[in-house]
Design a protein around this ligand. Structure first.
Ligand code: ADP
Ligand code: ADP
Ligand code: ZN
Length: 216
């Protein structure tokens, strides 16, 4: 199965994608993670990407489509989870073409609905493990032992440079202007499923599982 997790910054896409990787052997393709890796490369492209991301703007379609295309070949037994991609209609069209070329198709688009007020709390409380990328939250998902990752035992926790109120405002604006039209686009294609992203992490996971198992 190949699926898209669609939702505003902080909706819980990364959190749920990581679970699907564990539970269903799927492959997470997060353009945000790929771009964060690119920005540490020290190249000119990395610097341009860093400035755009820190402002909360979208990186150009060409760059992210190129990143995704590189990953679509090869074996994907459990299927791909597109996390944070596509974010524009152009990216959505490019994805359709790339999947076709690779002999694959899209099985479901899962929209995670969360209201804006909750997003501010989600984003400002988010931190991740520097070693394995596990996602935590100051209030809703703390590690069992303070400062120690539950998954890998790592002790270096990181806050993202763009997880501040100013950048979030811009990221939300970009989401509503450029990404939210994808909801109508995939609805029209008959591929849209909506889940309540405000529910507890476990309950959101159950709603997504129901979609994947064809019961929703
Ligand atoms: P979030 O967790 O807030 O949804 P991501 O980690 O997916 O954020 O993305 C962080 C930033 O990386 C975005 O604000 C944007 O600048 C850039 N980015 C990620 N994915 C894309 C994409 N598909 N198209 C354009 N820019 C992207
Ligand atoms: P996205 O990838 O969509 O930007 P994340 O998965 O990084 O979102 O989640 C954003 C923040 O909200 C993280 O700190 C995460 O621990 C927390 N979070 C994710 N899902 C939930 C949920 N269902 N309830 C409460 N907090 C959540
Ligand atoms: Zn870890």
């Amino acid at each position: 199965m190949n699926i898209i997790l669609l939702g505003p910054p902080g909706a819980g896409k990364g959190t749920q994608a990581r679970r699907l990787v564990e539970e269903r052997n799927m492959i997470q393709l997060s353009t945000g993670d790929m771009l964060r890796e690119a920005r540490t490369s020290g190249t000119e492209m990395g610097q341009i990407v860093a400035d755009v991301m820190d402002r909360g703007d979208l990186v150009t379609d060409e760059i992210v489509i190129g990143l995704i295309d590189e990953k679509l070949s090869g074996d994907a037994a459990g299927g791909f989870i597109f996390d944070g991609f596509p974010r524009t209609l152009r990216q959505a069209d490019a994805l359709t073409r790339s999947l076709e070329k690779a002999g694959m198709s899209l099985d479901a688009v899962i929209e995670m609905q969360v209201d804006d007020e909750a997003l501010v709390r989600r984003i400002t409380g988010r931190f991740t493990c520097g070693s394995c990328g596990e996602v935590y939250h100051d209030e809703t998902k703390r590690p069992a032992v303070e400062g120690v990752c539950d998954v890998c035992g790592g002790t270096e926790m990181k806050h993202r440079a763009d997880d501040n109120a100013d950048s979030l405002k811009q990221r939300l604006m970009e989401y509503y202007k450029k990404t939210s039209p994808l909801i109508g686009y995939y609805y029209a294609k008959g591929q849209l499923h909506t889940v309540d992203g405000l529910a507890e992490i476990e309950d959101v996971a159950a709603s997504i599982a129901a979609v994947l198992d064809g019961t929703a």
